[in-house]
Ligand binder design. Sequence first.
Ligand code: GLC
Length: 477
Amino acid sequence: MGKKYLKVLFVASECAPIAKVGGLGDVIGSLPKALKKLRVDLRIAIPKYKGIDFKKHLFKIIAKKIKVGKSFVNIYQGFLPGSKVILYLLENKKYFGENGIYFERGAFVGSFREIQRFLFFSQAILEIFENLNWFPQIIHCHDWHTAIAPLLLKIKTKNKKPKTLLTIHNLANQGEWRAKKILDFLNLKGDEIDSLKIRDKRKKLNILAQGILNTDFLNTVSKTYSQEILTKKYGEDLEKILSKRKKDLFGILNGIDQDRFNPKACLNLKVNYSVSNLNQKRENKIDLQKILKLSQNQNFPLFSLIGRLTSQKGIDLIAKIVPDLVNSGCQLIILGVGERKYENKLLKLAKKYQRNVSVQIKFDPVLAQKIYAGSDFFLMPSRFEPCGLGQLIAQRYGTIPIGRKTGGLADTIEQDKTGFLFKEYKAGAFLRVIRKALKFYQNEKEWKKLIKRAMKKDFSWKKSAKEYLKLYNKLIA
Ligand code: GLC
């Protein structure tokens, strides 16, 4: 005993596998395990959503009726599955009890109900420590959902103030609403702190902007993206505010759970494989073609995309290149949920090219692993990409990523070595790099080299967790 461990509380809207929509959930469900290995007393708090499966995950109630604003929360405690990381679920029927995690398909804020949900959650976080008998030294906030916490800490908490770190996973989703509604909900007049007087372009109060201005440190999930967001092109109208915090802004690359994503051991594959028996990978391809009712031929180049079907992910570019892909003898698989207009566009294409294009509108982690393993190429033509996890998982499975040279894609795909990058957000540029990638594919020796290099890359959390720990120590120094 004796030694005091750094106490850090993660507060977020998602945590895989308990509650997940996108990459944010994967990060909250995996980075804490790596920090725990570095002996951080790391705990997580998320809302107790209706959809959380209490039969599958064990939680017990540890505190009841803690006052938060005009309402109350109960606290449940359990573990992040497969770990000793403590996970708290905050319960309140009114704010967390209906619907899924978010209220819109694209996961972007579309209603005040969602704003309220996360304002309330952020308020609640600051009220629970007494009951836990545990006081974090650092509150690590993620995205707009908990970005109001640093401000609330500044104006509401008198003694024992934890430090704050805000990680931005998605700068485009900011949580803006009419200022009066937000201030009323928080029971604030609006003159408590200077930043509260700031309005965004639509004359609304912007919760993420408040987080950026009031947090002690902030970071985003790759080096390149942390620089890009200071420019007009990538700043989502927050570049000026971000520039004010430039010296406290860091870039730390995401990792993946390499035990969960492991072609050697993954139970969801037809056949397991590794760099030394790559031929087995092909059997997963045939299996996948069979499951999704595509023409079965191990020589057809198989492309895939897994993710949120939103404008960020470049789905319009995908739709544009489908006919060319199919005409050059390739197949395409898409798995994900998102904006209806993209879902419909893709479904139409799948109908037109039934034997070569399959579009699966759903969340399906098992199928996702089969796709990562069975495909030859993984597409990520994102407009912007803070980090991106798909290209990391794909490389782990020896599936070659083709992505836009931006954000985390630029930092994790090595041109012509582990994957391919294109710069201009245009179908032409995308197709050109695909053709180049196909040349490699046709040269078996070169292709195997590429796959081996990709599979040997280390995308575990080890290195990045150390960087977070360094940042935490700097924060409390
Ligand atoms: C968001 C970003 C993605 C990132 C993920 C986790 O989903 O769009 O780039 O990898 O968050 O940080």
